[in-house]
Ligand binder design. Structure first.
Ligand code: NAG
Ligand code: NAG
Ligand code: NAG
Ligand code: NAG
Ligand code: NAG
Ligand code: NAG
Ligand code: NAG
Length: 646
């Protein structure tokens, strides 16, 4: 894995560093850390979809729809469904926006000010990718897959380069985020030779006679992770078209924001050499070699009903830009709805050597205003967060290939250097891995859906309220987390809407191998199963639910939407539906009523692992509290939350 080691001792040491460091974990939405549905504490395949650089223990399994493991039936996986924003650009203030508060932990610290200085430079990059949801999947359909294997890739050589390798490489049972074509272009495109790689020796020949974008300082021998492009992964803003749309950059200092936002692919096109000469990574060499340098665009979505440039240009919608241009994933101009500039702000403060909360004990978070897709279509999407840390031992923005070891001017950093601080020349050795000096960590969600708002609800704010965590006690779940509701205290205004939804797995057994942590899945109910429910509490320090007769919550909400399509459900029936995690739908007069259905297990074992939810409008000010009866275990585990309506 590490090419530069000259002694076995050195190689071992470097390897140890790379597995002990732990890193960035996404909790809302649930980050996979490359897990799928394995019942072991460690993930099975760190190369499944992306390069996380994380510890093998983190991550959450894909959700299951029912009380049974989805196994090899992808239709029984649960995809979280978030209601898109309405057409908020035509409204004032926050009206029409849907909010999803992302939560994560990052290990090395970020954010801060003069009084609370960081020990490294850092940035967090939040992105997503979506496609139209489809009932008839193709090779390129986003999917979690049902096996933990990595998609295939037949390396090109001079004999097979023109042949159809994709059809044999892509497997519909395996996870798929970036497309095969994206990785293939990366494999074929020369790497950016202007980059600083320190003393790393990057593989010089991809089999076609040159070094390409699959080799980077952090990935010098070109290990493959799904169809992610290593050069794109390691650098942001990237200088070629990418399939990712930028949501936000949380930078070490807001003063660097214009650097990020002006170069974001959301707001400016990037070039690519025409397909058969896609080896060339800049306009001059592309043309010299007879290629055409095409400027390609990112987009919010395509508007295929606008079939001509005239029709596209003539489309005027408040707040939206329609442009006739070649999309990053196409070859001919189409009508595109362009993206907005990403948000950029200072990262929330966190401390080094700690996978936990930020200031005031609150989780590291960013509230994403979910997009509004003007087509009104359902989208299938993936969310990605990257965490980039670098040092001031060299200027990360001004140091380039001229400081690479291969030039006469030596690299400013070297592998595990010996330094002299004592006058009598007894050197001290530093722990320095040049492949990780400046390092990017990553986590991604499983596939989720962005669904249009129900008819009549274009206006108004929607807040997502979900459950984070997985089965197990604090050491068994680490570096994932124990169950809790998130956002734990949700502050909203009267008339705002809350979408309560959760997902869980039936295979979170956390069995051996447990890597460098503990196996085991302490918890209530059937081993390996995540369950949650939602019952009212009169006050947050108590642990007994409020009987329905004394309700404050249910009598003050209006159901605007519920997953089984009947929004005139009574408050009492809704309370039953949520208390039973969707097992019952009402007390007496419906399918799945308490009166008619087989009795539910007291610990929800036979209730579904995921609850698609209801959209509640809070009609009255007040503080409402709630808990999960199964997982709340006083002195060991708390799963309670509050909604404060002002
Ligand atoms: C952020 O950048 C500004 C302007 O360059 C600088 O004055 C300030 O000290 C920086 N803050 C930190 C914490 O480095
Ligand atoms: C990480 O930071 C370095 C500067 O140290 C920068 O060159 C690189 O583009 C950044 N990568 C990502 C993914 O943010
Ligand atoms: C592209 O490839 C085709 C054959 O596959 C060839 O005819 C054409 O000359 C090539 N164009 C360039 C610019 O290399
Ligand atoms: C998110 O973090 C900020 C601090 O950066 C905090 O003020 C806010 O309450 C947090 N939000 C949630 C929902 O935890
Ligand atoms: C409560 O949690 C503890 C610690 O995980 C566990 O030992 C116990 O079995 C749990 N449940 C009950 C009902 O005691
Ligand atoms: C039961 O529901 C049906 C259909 O929704 C309705 O027609 C009937 O009146 C209801 N019966 C009772 C006792 O509520
Ligand atoms: C909490 O866990 C401890 C063991 O860690 C156990 O002895 C205790 O009974 C648990 N409390 C409850 C309420 O189950």
């Amino acid at each position: 894995m590490w090419k530069h080691g000259t002694s076995a001792h050195l190689v071992l040491l470097v390897f140890a560093i790379s597995i002990v460091n732990a890193d960035i974990y996404l909790h809302i939405p649930r980050g996979s850390n490359n897990r799928l549905n394995e019942n072991t504490a460690t993930r099975k395949n760190a190369n499944r979809l992306f390069d996380s650089q994380n510890n093998n223990r983190g991550g959450y399994n894909v959700g299951d729809k029912t009380d049974a493991a989805s196994g090899d039936n992808a239709a029984n996986q649960y995809n979280m469904k978030y209601l898109q924003s309405g057409s908020w650009k035509t409204m004032s203030g926050d009206q029409g926006k849907s909010f999803l508060t992302i939560e994560w932990t990052n290990q090395h610290g970020c954010g801060g000010d003069q009084n609370n200085q960081q020990k490294q430079n850092c940035a967090l990059i939040l992105q997503y990718m979506c496609q139209d949801d489809t009932q008839s999947p193709t090779a390129d359909t986003l999917r979690n897959g049902v096996t933990t294997d990595t998609q295939g890739y037949t390396k090109p050589n001079n004999n097979n380069i023109a042949a159809d390798r994709k059809t044999t490489d892509v497997n519909d049972k395996r996870g798929y985020h970036e497309s095969w074509d994206w990785y293939n272009k990366c494999y074929l495109r020369e790497r950016n030779k202007g980059l600083f790689v320190a003393d790393q020796m990057l593989t010089a020949n991809n089999g076609l006679g040159y070094s390409s974008a699959i080799y980077t300082r952090q990935n010098p021998t070109g290990n493959r992770y799904g169809y992610e492009c290593p050069e794109e992964r390691d650098y942001f803003p990237y200088w070629h078209p990418t399939p990712w749309s930028d949501i936000a950059i949380l930078a070490e200092n807001a003063s660097v924001c214009s650097h990020y936002t002006s170069k974001s692919f959301n707001v400016q096109p990037y070039g690519e050499c025409s397909q058969n000469s896609s080896r060339y990574n800049n306009e001059a060499s592309c043309r010299q070699n007879g290629g055409v340098w095409n400027l390609l665009y990112s987009y919010l979505e395509k508007a295929p009903d606008k079939r001509s440039q005239a029709a596209c240009d003539a489309t005027k919608v408040t707040g939206l830009t329609y442009k006739w241009a070649v999309p990053f994933d196409g070859t001919v101009p189409e009508c595109l709805v362009l993206l907005d500039k990403p948000d950029c702000r200072e990262a929330p403060w966190s401390r080094s050597n700690h996978l936990g909360n930020g200031v005031h004990g609150l989780p590291l978070n960013y509230t994403w205003t979910l997009p509004n897709f003007p087509s009104g279509k359902i989208k299938s999407c993936v969310f990605r967060i990257r965490y980039n840390i670098s040092t001031d031992d060299y200027d990360p923005y001004k140091t380039d290939y001229k400081q690479n070891e291969e030039f006469p001017k030596k690299s400013p950093i070297k592998q595990n250097p010996y330094v002299y601080v004592m006058s009598n020349q007894s050197p001290l050795r530093l722990a320095l891995n040049t492949a990780q000096y400046g390092r990017v960590f990553q986590d991604r969600s499983h596939v989720f859906k962005l669904i249009p708002r129900p008819v009549g609800l274009n206006q108004g704010r929607i807040y997502n309220l979900n459950v984070r965590g997985k089965r197990g006690n604090i050491v068994q779940t680490y570096p994932a987390v124990e169950y809790d509701f998130a956002p734990n205290t949700l502050e909203i205004k009267k008339e705002d809407m809350v979408h309560i939804q959760w997902t869980g797995s039936n295979t979170h057994n956390n069995n051996n191998p447990a890597g460098d942590g503990q196996a085991g899945d302490a918890g209530e109910g059937k081993g390996g199963t995540d369950r949650s429910n939602f019952v009212e509490l009169s006050d947050r320090s108590s642990n007994f639910p409020t009987p329905f007769e004394n309700t404050q919550l249910w009598k003050n909400v209006k159901v605007e939407w519920i997953y089984f399509g009947k929004n005139d459900i009574s408050p009492q029936d809704l309370a039953i539906n949520m208390a039973s995690a969707g097992y019952y739908r009402c007390a007496i007069n419906c399918t799945d009523s308490v009166a008619s259905k087989a009795q539910m297990n007291n610990l929800l074992d036979n209730a579904p692992a995921s609850y698609e939810g209801a959209l509640l409008r809070f009609k009255k000010e007040g503080s409402y509290h709630y808990m999960c009866t199964r997982n709340n275990n006083f002195s060991n585990r708390s799963q309670k939350g509050g909604i404060i309506v002002k």
